[in-house]
Design a protein around this ligand. Sequence first.
Ligand code: MCF
Ligand code: FE
Length: 410
Amino acid sequence: MSKLLLTADTVLPISSPPINDSAVLIEDGVIKDIGTRQKLMRANDGVEILELGSGILMPGFINAHVHLELGWIKEKIGVFQGFTGWLKQIIRAKREPIAEKTIESSVKEGIEALISSGVTTVGEISSYGGIDKPFLKRSGLRTVLFREVLDSKDETSDLSNFESEPLFEERLFPHAPYSCSPGLLKKVIQSHEKSKIPLGIHLAESPHEMEFVRGKENAFESTIFPIINKKPFSRSMAETPFSYLDEMDFFDGPGVTTVHMVQVKPEEVHEIRNKNVGIVLCPRSNLFLQVGAPPLENYRGLERLGLGTDGLSSNYNLDYFEELRSLHLLMSLSLGKDAASRSVYCATLGGAKALYIEDKTGSIEKGKEADLIFLNSDNRSNDPYLSVISSTSKNLDMLMVRGNILYSRT
Ligand code: MCF
Ligand code: FE
């Protein structure tokens, strides 16, 4: 039985208020106790101690949406006009032959970028039949691997057989309403009902998607479908992307993680909550792709609200600290002083809930697995949440997943 006592001058459990002069006891990768340093030291005499010192011990970040495999695409993308202008370039780039080694390098570099910015859990979109899989399994990171499904790959997609290991699980990810016909979505829903494994999908991202579900003239059908020789498919019309899927009973199974959710009406939030839907915000990607900003004021009370960087295909880097700062700035517009704790919540427990893995990770609570980071106090603010938000990779001194230290400065 391996026991370790971590001490730090502040512990930020997320699910409860910060504790000063505090300690966390870990046994076999699981959090066994949390409290003041004095109390835990007394109760655990003789246990190995890791004195982290001045700074914040907190749950590791959850990058709930990323495309590690697409790092190489960055240099293939030029200036573009609007979301479909970008999509055209992505489709062209993905069509060119690309060496497996290049994709592998992107994945490896991406994993390094995640770890050096405090990420302990990754929600990865896998679109090359699992090239990313062995690297993620070897990385020591907690991984939810979403297998991308879309019309152009319908025949070859495996909609069943999901691996599940303590740190690794597979799920399905129908790409988006405009790239998956109702027939394909139906097959995914059937698999979802049978497997009871949560799903993910890009949803309500661009204004074009709104036009698409409303059956109006839209840039997907006028400019994207012709490039890929795709015929417009018949579908029921809906007011919004969320209601388009809701009418197919897409959200009736056990958990759907929706990514982006920019084009969402205030009156839809009630149903989103009722159906237990998770949302992953990708604020920098949304700005990069010129689709707007998510309606954060409407998402105030949502618990299953996480944060992702998206891929290097739609962001300048995979630095999670930068993503968190961007979310904080946007949230400040509507939440004011509550933006600091709320954005750190999204980066941790909210992300775990958006991915339906909150029984394992996302907060420092007895019985959860020890996915932890320590941020030193070099640029400390007098509010611990603001200290986290103003941190950079330079402040990361230690990162562990399930009690295994993956990064340590000393
Ligand atoms: O999240 C962003 C924007 N929305 C949609 N797709 C992607 C994003 N980043 C990468 N993608 C990929 C997607 O996984 O672009 C390709 C897919 O492989 C588009 S092909 C329909
Ligand atoms: Fe994405």
